[in-house]
Design a binder for this molecule. Structure first.
Ligand code: FES
Ligand code: MG
Length: 591
């Protein structure tokens, strides 16, 4: 190792060991010395490894990283590097108003600035809660210094009265019971809190577990990292190994641009379908791909992913939670099963310095009840459908959560399987939905589709997880648990609602949803992948001509900056100007 090291000059040495500019070098060294690093240590030929800390009291889903930090740093030291931990703007899915999605791009921006502007040669990206993973990967892709992800792992399984209580999923279920009058407020609180028994991120295959599985499928974490529950000793071991590995990646100059490729994104899409992953994955992966300069588009989710079978029996699409997923082998077991039938691009490079195919040798399911074989899946065609029509240019539908009952009621018309016509009920946002959903004047029955608009990136701002709207209480009491819902926002990855979401362009920028009115007839045709308002063309045009964009009120300066620069969900919801900056580490910042 020392031979490799002697030949290499690190980026950090431009700060700490530059005899051509003794004035600045001394200034850099003295201040980093004051935390008791010795001069010899800082000026040695060892790489500086940043550790991006996403955990804090405000970010409990990632707080386990505060306790893992010792092991990460021990790994970095044993690998021959010098660790320097730094904080990341907190992103907590359930706590941040108006929505955590607004902050993904803010954390991304600040990470780019830190990695570019400080003496850092490689970085461990701590991840966990939904948006932390894409924010870290987007930043690493833009800067392009050696980077590796380490997630905190899911919480232990939650239990309520002898049954598994999964993050988020129990909320949707308990809300129905509360609306039906079967439980009271106290029991509602107890049920939901039972789903969070330890440190860690959501224990369902919600957006957190999905995005960490995506990081692993992309080749950006060590094999087997993502599914290890937060409190397990294997999680601490993984923290150590990850710290050790990043040092060698720096010595080998193995960067995100060597790992992220069209093939690695196709692997992520395939894995997302096989695990029943979140509908939030497409915008996040689109954003990572754009910052990495890789061609990917929303339709790829259908062409590459739709026919992939569901192998993982985990909530919300299935039954089990994170502990069972880990014991059954986690992501490499799912990928190993997929690889047996040629569904994995085996040549994709990974942080291990080996290909995905090499990493997965010997991996397959260790528990057939939790991870099934491709020949015996839980469901065929588990990927997303990508729809278009006069209401939007694109929107996603996760078909793996559509129940047989729902399919029978809405999509099984004799001679026209997959086609449904209904009356539209339109809400202007979640407040309007809550105010009016139980209003008898709307006449909501089982032949209605619920629409929500003004909840996309620009509209909310940040795009809110509100499309999974519950039917009115009267329908719930009659046993109708789901109506089709459509919107220009997102929905929680833990929801099993059959929604059409991420509609782009969103209503507030003039997308088709803006012109829909309550009472209009709409047609969903899954075979043609279309959804259209059945409104006469002249009338539709007249509504467009008369349309005025709603007034958007910014409450903070970031909201205004974000709204001015953000793109649509179909394009990843990126700060559009940021996508022009690629591999920024190639240029050193000025002194
Ligand atoms: Fe943070 Fe689910 S809310 S991981
Ligand atoms: Mg969420």
């Amino acid at each position: 190792m020392s031979d490799t090291r002697a030949k290499k000059r690190f980026r950090s040495q431009e700060w700490f060991d530059n005899p051509n500019n003794p004035g600045m070098t001394a200034l850099y060294v003295e201040r980093y010395q004051n935390q008791a690093f010795t001069r010899d240590e800082i000026q040695s030929d060892r790489p500086i490894i940043g550790v991006a800390q996403t955990g804090s009291d405000l970010a409990p889903c990632n707080k386990i990283h505060v306790f893992l930090m010792d092991r990460i740093k021990a790994g970095i030291r044993d690998g021959g590097g010098i660790p320097m931990e730094f904080p990341v703007h907190p992103i907590q899915e359930t706590g941040k108003r108006p929505t955590a999605a607004l902050d993904r791009n803010l954390a991304y921006l600040s990470l780019v600035e830190v990695l570019h502007g400080y003496p850092i040669d490689g970085v461990v990206l701590t991840t966990g809660c939904d948006k932390t993973t894409p924010a870290m990967l987007m930043g690493a892709a833009t800067v392009d210094i050696p980077a590796i992800t380490l997630n905190g792992g899911p919480m232990l399984d939650g239990w309520w009265q002898g049954k598994r209580a999964g993050s988020g999923t129990i909320v949707w279920e308990s809300r129905r019971l509360l609306a039906e009058g079967k439980i009271d407020y106290d029991e509602f609180m107890e049920r939901v809190c039972a789903s969070a028994p330890s440190l860690g991120h959501c224990n369902t295959m919600g957006t957190a577990s999905t995005m960490n599985a995506m990081a692993e499928a992309l080749g950006m974490s060590l094999t087997g990292c993502s599914a290890i529950p937060a409190p397990f000793r294997e999680r601490m071991n993984m923290a150590y190994e990850t710290g050790k590995r990043i040092v060698q990646m720096v010595l080998d100059d193995l960067k995100p641009s060597d790992i992220l490729s069209r093939e690695s994104f196709e692997n992520a899409i395939v894995v997302n379908a096989a695990i029943g992953g979140s509908t939030n994955a497409p915008p996040h992966l689109q954003a990572i791909a754009r910052h990495a300069g890789i061609a990917l588009n929303l339709k790829d989710w259908e062409t590459v992913g739709f026919e992939v079978p569901l192998l993982l029996n985990m909530q919300p699409a299935g039954e089990f939670l994170g502990e069972s997923f880990f014991r059954a082998g986690g992501v490499p077991a799912v990928m190993g099963e997929l690889m047996k039938t040629g569904l994995i691009r085996e040549g994709a490079m990974t942080v291990s310095g080996r290909t995905m195919g090499e990493n997965l040798k010997g991996w397959d399911s260790r528990d057939g009840a939790v991870i099934r074989a491709v020949s015996d899946p839980l469901r065929e065609n588990a990927g997303f459908l990508v729809l278009s029509g006069n209401l939007f240019d694109s929107a996603l539908m996760k078909t793996s959560v559509i129940s047989p009952d729902f399919r029978d009621r809405f999509l099984s018309r004799p001679g026209a399987e997959g086609i449904h016509e209904a009356r539209a009920i339109v809400f202007e946002g979640p407040e309007d939905y809550h105010d009016r959903i139980n209003d008898p004047a709307l006449g909501i029955d089982e032949n209605c589709i619920l629409f929500i608009r003004n909840v996309g990136c620009v509209g909310y701002p940040g795009s809110a997880e509100v499309v999974n709207m519950q039917p009115p209480d009267a329908l719930l009491k009659a046993g109708i648990n789901h109506l089709p819902t459509v919107g220009d926002g997102r929905q929680s990855g833990t929801s099993e609602s059959p929604s059409i979401l991420n509609a782009s362009p969103e209503a507030v920028v003039g997308g088709g949803l803006a012109y829909l009115r309550t009472g209009d007839r709409v047609r969903l045709d899954l075979n043609a992948r279309r959804m259209d308002a059945l409104v006469d063309a002249a009338e539709w045009q007249a509504r467009k001509d008369a349309w005025q964009p709603p007034e958007l009120i910014n409450q903070t300066p970031w909201q205004e900056l974000y709204r001015r620069n953000v793109g649509q969900l179909a394009d990843g919801g990126c700060l559009e100007l940021a996508t022009a900056y690629q591999r920024v580490a190639r240029m050193l910042p000025r002194d």
